[in-house]
Design a protein around this ligand. Structure first.
Ligand SMILES: Cc1cc2nc3c(=O)[nH]c(=O)nc-3n(C[C@H](O)[C@H](O)[C@H](O)COP(=O)(O)OP(=O)(O)OC[C@H]3O[C@@H](n4cnc5c(N)ncnc54)[C@H](O)[C@@H]3O)c2cc1C
Length: 468
């Protein structure tokens, strides 16, 4: 039997009593996810300020076998950073908030690298890098809340993958605390270092199941030339893919290729008060951003000839055209709330590009006949074959509608999680994308590094062998 008072007193003596939150009103925002679809009870929220404090908190939790959930900005969309509705066999968890781990070391001008605390937001890192003439290659709409630690733990993608790759491509070193309180620190960022297992690579994308990431060494790049944005009205995904291939002139660097369907643009218009951005209402809009010096010369006019296009060559117009896309993560949630429905279902999938059009059409067809769907839309990162599926209407616990999407994706050889991770939401669907041998290998890694199973139980790997 755990002596909760003794546990909380020990945690308070480690991080300071003001950083151990137990008041339900203070705990509540940490215990429910951003989309308000998932959440559950937590013993407390603990907010360490240093790596040593994280280590002491984990060692103390292990002593009583208390489950631990690392949490950064709580913008995750797969219930990885919040408690389960019903606590698992180990009982209610402690949430470790990393937001006080805000170390920002000087940028190494020679290597173009920087060491950053896990709790620094992506937005703060962008501003910090930009002020020194550098750029960090990962960006996403939740930038002002999502933390560097959270983006590493989920191997976040975002809107710049086409130019820079996923988060894993930026991580050149890591510091993390393992389940027993041991600290692994490998922050040198050497370009060549073949000394054994790649722990940074392993912890990246581990979703808090192997340890708490406390700092990372990240690769920066020099900013691209000024950019131009074209918003193009189109009918099909195949057309979008053709334009992505042909519209940029040879040598122009594509910074983003984002597609949004008509429903999503119309919802964004309602939310922002902006007008329809093109002359006609097309089933899809394609946003292409190209580093071409900012004058629009990077687009091949002969390819765009005959299309309904808006071109933005100054910062205000570029931001306006981006607004329709950037609001997509919010508009279905707002629509569901306005119609008294449960929070929208948000599914993040990737599909081999050659099947994208067919799969998207099939999903639309299936949703059109699914009972209770009020709004359905698709948007996402075209060049990566990654689309986000939003469904407003079905009950929050309606997993059949999720399964309809994930099952469709798996028949096309796609992934049930392109970039948001697996979390609790999809852990029992992992077998749709990974083989039994792969899952067994992951379970062996988990058991070796976290033998008591206290690190984020139920995330990534299912607690029970549930299969859909
Ligand atoms: C509007 C909106 C747009 C988004 N767009 C994108 C997008 O384009 N691409 C994309 O990939 N994601 C996107 N996301 C999802 C989300 O922003 C990312 O998953 C992000 O990486 C989560 O960061 P966070 O700090 O909020 O992590 P949290 O939500 O707090 O946690 C996410 C997961 O990481 C774990 N974790 C957090 N910090 C640590 C740590 N220090 N150590 C170990 N584990 C940790 C948690 O346990 C959890 O499993 C979007 C979300 C929103 C709300």
């Amino acid at each position: 039997m755990v002596d909760t008072d003794a546990l909380l007193a020990d945690l308070a003596s480690t991080v300071g009593s003001e950083h151990v939150l137990t008041d339900p009103d203070l705990v509540a925002p940490y215990a429910i996810d951003w989309g308000r679809r998932w959440g559950g009870p937590a013993l407390a929220v603990v907010r360490p300020a240093t790596t040593a404090e994280v280590a002491a908190v984990l060692a103390r939790c292990l002593q009583d076998r208390i489950p631990v959930i690392p949490q950064g900005g709580n913008t995750g969309l797969v219930a990885g950073g919040v408690p389960a509705e019903v606590p698992g066999p180990l009982g209610s968890p402690i949430i470790i908030s990393t937001r006080r781990l805000t170390r920002l070391d000087p940028i190494d001008e020679v290597s173009g690298q920087v060491t950053v605390g896990a709790g620094v937001t992506l937005g703060d890192l962008h501003r910090y890098a930009a002020a020194a003439g550098w750029e960090y290659g990962v960006d996403l709409a939740a930038r002002d809340s999502a933390t560097v630690g959270g983006t590493v733990a989920t191997n976040a993608g975002g809107i710049r993958v086409i130019a820079h790759g996923m988060t894993r491509q930026q991580v050149v070193g890591i510091e993390a605390v393992l389940a027993d309180g041991g600290i692994v620190e490998h922050l040198a960022g050497l370009p060549k270092d073949n000394t054994g297992y790649d722990l940074a690579g392993l912890l990246t994308g581990s979703e808090g199941t192997l340890g708490v990431i406390t700092a990372v060494r990240l690769r920066l790049s020099r900013p691209h030339a000024a950019s131009s944005v074209a918003l193009i009205g189109i009918d099909t995904y195949d057309e979008a893919l053709r334009l992505l291939r042909d519209a940029p002139r040879p040598g122009a660097i594509v910074l983003a290729a984002e597609v949004t369907d008509r429903v999503g643009v119309e919802l964004a218009m309602e939310m922002s008060g902006l007008p329809w951005p093109l002359e006609e209402r097309h089933p899809l809009t394609l946003l292409l951003e190209i580093a071409d010096g900012g004058g629009g010369e990077g687009f091949d006019e002969s390819v765009l000839d005959g299309y309904d296009v808006t071109l933005a060559i100054n910062a205000a117009d570029r931001a306006r055209l981006w607004t329709y896309r950037e609001l997509q993560g919010e508009v279905y949630t707002a629509y569901a709330a306005a119609h008294g429905a449960d929070p929208a279902h948000k599914l993040d999938i990737s599909i081999p590009l050659r099947h994208l059009a067919e799969c998207a059409d099939l999903l639309r067809e299936r949703m059109a006949t699914y009972a209770g769907v009020l709004a359905f839309g698709v948007f996402g990162h075209l060049g990566d074959g990654n689309i986000h599926v939003e469904i407003a209407g079905p009950a929050a616990d309606d997993e059949d509608v999720d399964m309809l999407v994930l099952g469709t994706v798996s028949t096309y050889g796609g992934s049930i999680s392109a970039e948001h991770g697996v979390g609790r939401a999809k852990s029992h669907h992992l077998h749709l994308t990974r083989t039994p041998t792969e899952i067994a290998a992951m379970q062996a890694i988990k058991a070796a590094l976290d033998p008591e199973g206290i690190m984020n139980p139920g995330v990534l790997l299912p607690l029970e062998s549930r299969r859909d």
